[in-house]
Design a protein around this ligand. Sequence first.
Ligand code: PRT
Ligand code: ZN
Length: 284
Amino acid sequence: MKLKIAIQKSGRLYDDSVKLLKECGIDFNNSMNKLRTEASNFPLEILYLRDDDIPQYVADKVAATGIVGENVIAEKKKKVKVVQQLGFGKCRLSIAVPKDKTYAGARGLNGMRIATSYANILSAYLKKNKIKAEIHEISGSVEIAPGIGLADAICDLVSSGSTLFSNGLKEAATVMESQAALIANPRLNRQEQEILTKLIFRMKAVRKAKKNKYILLNAPDKNLNKILTLIPGMKSPTILPLAEKGWCSVHSVIMEEEFWDVIEKLKDYGAQGILVVPIEKMVI
Ligand code: PRT
Ligand code: ZN
């Protein structure tokens, strides 16, 4: 029995999806012209598909699970379960207007024509905000719609904002935040569920490791307690005496996002020889 997982065949999610599976210790051949491949050391079969098709394939159980953007999951409205956010493919679905137009809040969109490939999400947003606007659904190059007179505003994915900028548009409101997620068919058999549970366990360990760093430092005994409160670690820090009297070595784990703050304070408390190293997997 193998679990089938659908990932994007090519595009923005392809590299990170393959990387994540490989970081989970799963070996497979990912030459670009393949449509499917089997892992050699884990009961997984990988199907390469267009991202838009992944929710449908998972809902129909052609693939038991898949990796796809939350924007696509929300737009397609298929019967799939989001089991895990994956932290890559981050972007937002935003409304943008020509940069010389003043944006008078969501209400200001009343009566406008908005071009988008995300008609379902946009229509729910307009309804929620009691806006009466016309949705003009197009499948690509949405950002040129205002320039060619097709629409007054657009609703499209934004990451750096440079596409909007180079098309003379500015971001006016965020409709949804998105990142890649692991989805699954809600009715997996017992064996599929067991393999999926193992896969999720590995993905969590990889994600957790990325968010944390291993830290080693030398601490003066007199400030040890203060230093320990800054780096409490997973259970508690390891403390080893140094050959030099009055000093010890402390090993612990810190969150990536707290990193610079913590380092500054550690230095203030006299910590020396601070080493920070990446963690590959982390299981608590
Ligand atoms: O061929 P296939 O249908 O599989 O791929 P696709 O062309 O439909 O999708 P693709 O590969 O472009 O994007 C796949 C997924 O990546 C999306 O569904 C999102 O979940 C995620 N993602 C993250 C993005 C972006 N960031 C993004 N910036 N998808 C698209 N964009 C586009 C956006 O549409 C706009 O044209 O990039 C442009 C804006 O980027 P900035 O950086 O200029 O703001
Ligand atoms: Zn697509």
